[in-house]
Design a protein. Structure first.
Length: 201
C-alpha cells in the first residue's frame, strides 16, 4: 500500500509483503495475490496473503502492523512451493501444487456486527489437483473463517462445494451475502445470506 502526502506529493510504502514469502518461491498466480479490507470506524486496514496463516492489521496513522493467527482448521501449515525460482515448474504444475495445499482468499469487514470474514480454499486430493484445468479458485472447497473485532478466531463455516463465489460478496444489516457460482442465467445474480449466530452449548 502507498501513502500519498498531499502537501509535498511524496509517496511512501505503508506496508510490505508478508515475511513468509521470503522462505522460498511460491510460484506465480494464486499465492502472489493480496487481499484487504478496511474498518473505516477504526481507520484500520486488514491484509490477507494466500500463503500466510496470519492476517495483518495496520492503522492508517502508523507504519507498522500487528499480525493475528487466522488459520483454517482445514489447511495445514503452508510451506513454499519451491526452494527457489530457478527450480520452479510450469504454471500448470505450480497451480496443481497450490490446489493440493490450499490457501487463503478475500477478507471482508462487517461493520454491523464488528466481525471480519476470511475465505479459505481447502486443498484438493493430489491427483485431482494435478489434473484440475479450470484456473478459477472457486473449484476448491471453501470455508469462511470468522474473526471478532480483536481478530480472535471465533468460528469457521464450510460452504457447499462449488456453489459459491467468494469474490462476489457484500455485507448489509441482514448479513453476509455470497453470490452463487456460475449461475445458469448470466443476466442475474443469486445471493445467499449468512448471518453469524452463536452456537449454544
Amino acid at each position: 500500500m502507498l501513502k500519498l502526502n498531499l502537501i509535498d506529493n511524496q509517496l511512501t510504502y505503508q506496508y510490505k509483503c508478508s515475511d513468509k514469502y521470503k522462505e522460498g518461491f511460491w510460484g506465480v498466480g494464486d499465492y502472489t495475490l493480496t487481499y484487504n479490507t478496511i474498518n473505516e470506524e477504526a481507520s484500520l486496514f486488514l491484509y490477507s496473503f494466500p500463503a500466510d496463516e496470519y492476517v495483518y492489521a495496520m492503522s492508517a496513522q502508523e507504519n507498522s502492523s500487528t499480525k493475528y493467527l487466522a488459520q483454517s482448521s482445514y489447511i495445514d501449515l503452508l510451506t513454499p512451493t519451491y526452494e527457489s525460482k530457478e527450480v520452479a515448474g510450469s504454471y500448470l504444475e505450480t497451480t496443481g501444487k497450490y490446489r493440493a495445499k490450499g490457501g487463503y482468499g478475500p477478507v471482508y469487514y462487517d461493520k454491523y456486527r464488528e466481525l471480519y470474514y476470511r475465505f479459505a480454499f481447502h486443498p484438493l486430493p493430489e491427483k485431482e489437483a494435478k489434473f484440475q484445468v479450470d484456473p478459477i479458485d472457486k473449484q476448491m472447497p471453501l470455508s469462511v473463517i470468522i474473526l471478532d473485532k480483536h481478530f480472535a478466531k471465533i468460528g469457521e463455516t464450510v460452504l457447499s462445494y462449488l456453489k459459491y463465489d467468494p469474490y462476489t460478496v457484500f455485507i448489509t444489516k441482514e448479513g453476509l451475502h455470497i453470490s452463487h457460482n456460475k449461475p445458469d442465467n448470466e443476466d442475474e445474480l443469486i445471493f445467499d445470506i449468512f448471518l453469524p449466530t452463536p452456537i449454544s452449548e
